[in-house]
Each structure stands twice: as C-alpha cells, then as structure tokens.
Design a protein around this ligand. Structure first.
Ligand SMILES: [Mg+2]
Length: 253
C-alpha cells in the first residue's frame, strides 16, 4: 500500500496521467540479487586473503566501480574488469604481489553476471494491465543498449509494448528524464509518472522535473541507489504490481 503522507495530493490528480514511465531493472526483472551475490562472493574471497573488509568495500564501491561505470557504462559488462581491478588495487595498497590466478578468479566472479534476469512474479501481467489503460513506456538505463533491449525482449515486454515505446539512456538524470518526456510527446511533466526502484535514478529525476513518482521499494538496494529523496512528494509501494493497482484504482476513482 502507498505509505507517503502526500498520497491524497497524488491521488487527487491521478486521473490526469498521460504517460507512465516504467523502469526495467529491479522493477520488472530481478537484476540486483545477481550483482549483490557476485559482489559478496568477491568480498568474501578478498577477505579470505587478509584484506580488511571495510577497505575492500571502500575500494570497490567508492573507487573502482564508479570508474568502471564511467568507462563501460551501467550493466553487467563492467563487473569482470571491476572485480579484477578491485583485487589489483588492494594488492597495490598493501604492497603485496598480485597472484594472477586469484586475479582471474575475481574476474570470473564478475563474468558470471550476464544474461536476461528473471522476471519478477506478476510484473509482466501488471504491465499488460497498465498498458491497456494508460499510455505506458519503458524508460531504462544501460551502457549497452542492444544488450538491454535483448533483456527487455526476453522478459516479454515487447509482446506488450512496441520497441518504439522503449527508451534506453546511458545514465538516468533530470536532463535525461526531461528528454524522455519530450521523446514521448509529453510537454507537461505533471501528467507523467515514473515508476521505479531507485530514488537516485527514478524518483529524484522525476521530482526534479515536476513529474510524479512511485518508488517500488527494493529489499536489498545497491549502495549507489541509497540517496535521500529531494522531496516527499512521491508514493512508495512494495512491488510493480502494487504500483499498477495504485495507478489504475486512482485513475478509475
Ligand atoms: Mg531499476
């Protein structure tokens, strides 16, 4: 159920929605658990070598991963080089020799995270209900648009929405959100609603543009996604299906 105290304000205007933008990763498909599992395996392996756990996390999350996202873009393909590099940096800082076998092991843990993630139960059915009632589009981010579109197709999304209703940007931001609205022909942000699992990538860019937002709460959020919302003018739900129920119930009200 929606949990924010601004529900009333959002509901009162819900009949005016002309565009629902739907995030893909961790909103419709379960992407993060594979990333998180791989990271935990990496961290455990590195800790077993004697590197301090807080140093491992700091080097990976604060130094290496941002660099690799910048170089390779968001998506699983950065993990192989990022995992190897995390080990190399820790060795360099501790002035211990690199074991190439361990470096390959670390890289292999990153390489294992690829392919279409599993669909979240009920999400595709909910998308079908949503798209039958309100103008709907997928708005997602990836450093590898062809790969991402393949995942979107494999998840069954293109059986519901044509590829023209899918927008893949390299990195979500307030500017990219504005461009997405323009791309889908929406001039007034307040008639648009973003639905996604990330405060950083979904909620804040929508709010910054005066659009509405529904946060699909993640159980195990990526540290990068944990930021403060820029305002409390959004609704929080437990799943994408709940978000659709909320939008359709309030649009029928
Ligand atoms: Mg997401």
């Amino acid at each position: 159920m929606p949990q924010n105290r601004t529900d009333a304000a959002v509901t009162a205007r819900a009949g005016e929605i002309d565009l629902v933008l739907v995030d893909f990763d961790d909103t419709l498909v379960d992407t993060a658990p594979r990333f998180q599992r791989a990271r935990r395996s990496l961290f455990a392996r590195l800790a077993s070598l004697g590197f301090p756990e807080d140093e491992i996390r700091r080097v990976h999350h604060d130094e290496v991963d941002p660099e690799m996202i910048h170089r390779y873009g968001l998506g699983p393909f950065r993990l192989e080089p990022a995992f190897r590099e995390t080990y190399l940096r820790l060795c360099a800082a501790a002035r211990v020799p690199v074991d190439p076998v361990v470096a390959d092991e670390c890289a292999a843990l990153g390489l294992a995270v690829a392919g279409t993630p599993p669909v979240i139960e009920g999400a595709i059915e909910a998308l079908r209900r949503l798209a039958a009632t309100l103008p709907t589009a997928i708005y997602t981010q990836s450093g590898h648009p062809e790969y991402q579109l393949g995942c979107i197709r494999d998840a069954g999304v293109l059986d519901i929405l044509p590829a023209e209703r899918v927008r893949i940007c390299r990195r979500k931001s307030p500017e990219e959100f504005r461009e997405a609205l323009a791309h889908f022909g929406v001039a007034a942000p307040e008639v648009a609603c973003m639905v996604g699992n990330s405060v950083r990538s979904d909620v804040n860019p929508a709010l910054a543009n005066g659009a509405r937002a529904i946060l699909v709460e993640a159980d195990d959020p990526w540290v990068f996604d944990i930021v403060e919302p820029i305002s409390d003018a959004f609704v929080t739900v437990r799943s994408f299906a709940h978000a659709v129920g909320y939008l359709l119930d309030s649009s029928e009200a």
